[in-house]
Design a binder for this molecule. Structure first.
Ligand code: IMP
Ligand code: MG
Length: 179
């Protein structure tokens, strides 16, 4: 068990690098099977998904493409998180099998908004592929086709996920230690 301090918080290891790699391999196998002959377009959501997207892509065994979109949440007047596109998508999505690649689905607000906005661009299909989901926090009715890990409501960092922009470089997943 290793411990890291990031700014004012303490985190301890919860998922090993080997476990993550194994699950990504399984997920890629499933996606490769489901998307055979469809040349899927992965859409990675920046910043958090960059490591997951790279590892997932390298485990794919069928032709596929990748692009990225950058979203930023801002404080709205309601309690629902609102999200805007900072870097948009240049690709023509008409008739494409789109797979959104996300680091973690928490309330689901980000994914709901993204599925709705992509839906207006006439894709053949839109599926969600996330490294983590916190099922107990999910507020939106979301169909998450691919999820590597379901986790409790704890805050995690590592493998692309950050605490205040730090910790994305950690090779394992670390969970916040509540004091
Ligand atoms: P949602 O819109 O509430 O589903 O929020 C999803 C976004 O919140 C993710 O893309 C992450 O950027 C961030 N997030 C949620 N939970 C965590 C966590 O445990 N660690 C790091 N970032 C998180
Ligand atoms: Mg994110």
């Amino acid at each position: 068990m290793s411990i890291v301090k990031i700014k004012d918080k303490t985190f301890q290891t919860s998922i090993s690098e080997a476990e993550i790699k194994q699950r990504i391999k399984e997920l890629a196998k499933q996606v490769s099977h489901d998307m055979e002959g469809k040349n899927p377009l992965f859409l990675g959501v920046l910043n958090g998904s960059f490591i997951f997207a790279a590892d997932l892509m390298r485990e794919m065994t069928i032709p596929c493409e990748i692009s990225f979109v950058k979203l930023a949440s801002y404080q709205g007047t309601t309690s629902t998180g609102k999200v805007k596109e900072v870097i948009g998508i240049n690709e023509n999505l008409t008739g494409r099998s789109v797979i959104i690649v996300e680091d973690i689905v928490d309330t689901g607000a980000t994914m709901k908004q993204m599925v709705e906005s992509l839906g207006t661009r006439n894709p053949a299909s839109i599926d969600i592929c996330t490294l983590f989901v916190k099922p107990d926090k999910l507020k939106e009715p979301l169909d998450i086709k691919y999820a590597a890990f379901s986790i409790p409501n704890d805050f995690i960092v590592g493998y692309g996920l950050d605490y205040d922009q730090q910790g994305r470089n950690l090779k394992e997943i670390f969970t916040l230690v509540e004091e």
